[in-house]
Design a protein around this ligand. Structure first.
Ligand code: AMP
Length: 396
């Protein structure tokens, strides 16, 4: 099982061969957001102050001559694995963009290979439900990816108790997410980091899949070995948690199932602290898989290490029937199928009865009435601000 050179990312630090997973000690309490895949989460003090404006020395795409201060930074809206994301205003057109700064400081070998991979991938994609990379820009030694601006991300919106999606809205969001992922899979791209904060939504109710930092092209005809250290823990499918390195687009479909349920319940459904606890959390809800229902389960590299100690019954439908209609439950269950070979594909999911029965899908245009713009970053900042304010002051 040899790993290809193309499969190496900075987070790709586990040998592909069968090896005991090195698991961190289990924290006492649940983290408030999924553990990041980066080696060390950034502290606020690590972050350099945002530039007030971005004056391009050059753009890496053909375009008109630029003047100085082409983009005026409005606010920071995100903290990606490779750098900060800012909302900025184009001073010529008045339009807003998102500038994703590529962190070069820790790079000894020039331009980060992972960022290069993300750019190449994004340049080959064009779909209404996939984020559009306008251009690349260099300013004062910094390299920026210039994206269309999206007002919110799903994690940010779901943190807002004063906003409620109707069933028609939720159907539209599920449909748009599946249409985006169906397009990616048809283009032979696996995203490998589908989660709420990578699902962007604008005030017109349009959903777009973002963050292609871990995405890669896959071989459609031949199954190949890839790293299994991908996908944020809470959205990671059981086969990767059990050490599988030969996989395909089905890994994204599990994450889509988790996001679909999160949309309806407003919270992530499988909140594990480490790989073993993640599997236990899945077993508690979905039951323990049997070798009859998941052929190849017991052949997975880490099966002996993490096999279920006792048999647990599936309680998926009883746990979620108060949140989802029967056709929505059917679809979610097909997305969370243990056996990757039986897991529903994105194009088949678009064809299920959930999208054919009433109520019809409705774009959540009411988002325009929501006060503020909500990304994971702002909701985290708000949580921290609330923690700092003594409770008695907040009440008064
Ligand atoms: P990323 O590094 O792509 O994962 O981005 C980190 C965060 O920045 C995301 O979770 C979003 O909240 C935010 N973000 C990324 N791209 C955009 C965009 N085009 N518009 C608005 N916010 C974005």
């Amino acid at each position: 099982m040899k790993k290809t050179k193309h499969d190496q990312t900075p987070r790709d630090n586990l040998p592909v061969s069968v090896r005991k997973p090195e698991l961190p000690p289990r924290p006492q309490s649940l983290p408030s957001s999924p553990p990041r895949l980066s080696p060390r989460p950034l502290e606020p003090t690590d972050v350099p102050p945002p530039p007030a404006s971005v004056q391009p020395e050059s753009t890496l795409a053909p375009g008109p001559n630029r003047e100085r201060d082409l983009y005026q930074i409005v606010a920071q809206v995100g903290e990606g694995t490779f750098g900060q994301v800012y909302k900025a205003r184009n001073t010529q057109s008045g339009k807003y963009v998102a500038l994703k700064r590529i962190r070069m400081e820790s790079e000894r070998d020039g331009f980060p290979v992972t960022a290069m991979r993300e750019i190449k991938l994004l340049q080959s994609l064009r779909h209404e439900n996939v984020i559009n990379l306008h251009e690349m820009m260099v300013s004062k030694g910094n390299v920026y990816m210039v994206f269309e601006y999206m007002d919110h991300d799903l994690t940010g919106i779901l943190s807002q108790n004063n906003f409620h999606f109707t069933e028609g809205h939720l159907k539209s969001l599920c449909h748009q997410m599946l249409a985006g992922i169906a397009y990616l899979h048809q283009k032979a791209v696996i995203h490998r980091d589908m989660k709420g904060s990578n699902i962007l939504i604008n005030n017109q109710g349009i959903l777009k899949i973002a963050d292609f930092g871990l995405a890669r092209f896959y071989q459609k005809r031949r199954r190949t070995d890839y790293t299994n250290r991908v996908i944020t823990l809470w959205y990671r499918p059981p086969e990767l948690l059990l050490g599988a390195t030969v996989y395909g687009p089905e890994v994204d479909m599990w994450s889509v199932g988790c996001i679909m349920l999160e949309l309806f319940t407003k919270k992530p459904i499988f909140q594990g602290n480490d790989e073993i606890h993640q599997l236990e959390t899945i077993y508690k809800l979905m039951g323990t898989p049997s070798v009859e229902e998941w052929v190849g389960f017991s052949d997975l590299p880490w099966y002996e290490l993490v096999k279920p100690p006792e048999k647990i019954k599936n309680r998926f439908r009883s746990a979620f029937q108060k949140y989802l209609s029967p056709t929505a439950l059917d679809l979610a269950q097909k997305l969370l199928e243990y056996d990757p070979a039986k897991r529903i594909t994105a194009s088949d999911a678009l064809d299920t009865s959930f999208f054919k029965v009433e109520p019809a899908a409705v774009l959540p245009v009411d988002l325009a009435n929501l006060e503020g713009e909500w990304h994971e970053y702002e909701s985290k900042m708000e949580r921290e601000r609330k923690k700092r304010i003594p409770q008695d002051m907040e009440v008064s």
